[in-house]
Write a protein that binds this ligand. Structure first.
Ligand SMILES: [Zn+2]
Length: 129
């Protein structure tokens, strides 16, 4: 029997754009733009961060956001350069991808939820809390 992941097909899930991805990762880390800017080196980064989260913005050069939060630069690049059907699979709530190790809320590592394959275990645990 063929196993079909309908909930992970592009047709069934919203397209996550690069600016969505940055905002989702920042929200998941519980950080404001000001806090991320401070970690990157100061207020000068605030403008850059606001640009990254502006709809329609696809920047070639971006600050190393991994200093401040779990972030996958390869994912950002794929979202900016590839058509939606080639986008990597991301958690529809927080933007987590399976190549970025993020601790979940139960002393494990985040993976795909078994109950809802569109989201990660971290978001699943958060919804249940
Ligand atoms: Zn998630």
């Amino acid at each position: 029997m063929r196993h079909v992941h309908l909930s992970r097909s592009v047709a069934a899930t919203a397209i996550i754009q690069p600016w969505d991805y940055v905002a989702m990762r920042r929200a998941a880390a519980g950080l404001t733009i000001g806090q991320v800017a401070a970690m990157l080196g100061g207020r000068a980064y605030e403008r850059h961060l606001r640009m990254l989260e502006t709809p329609g913005m696809r920047l070639k050069l971006i600050a190393d956001l991994t200093i401040a939060m779990p972030f996958n630069h390869d994912v950002y690049r794929q979202l900016t350069d590839l058509p939606p059907h080639q986008h990597p699979l991301l958690c529809q709530r927080c933007g987590w991808d399976e190549h970025t190790d993020v601790p979940d809320h139960l002393d494990g590592l985040t993976t795909w939820s078994r109950a809802d394959e569109a989201i990660c275990t971290r978001c699943e645990q958060q919804a249940a809390a």
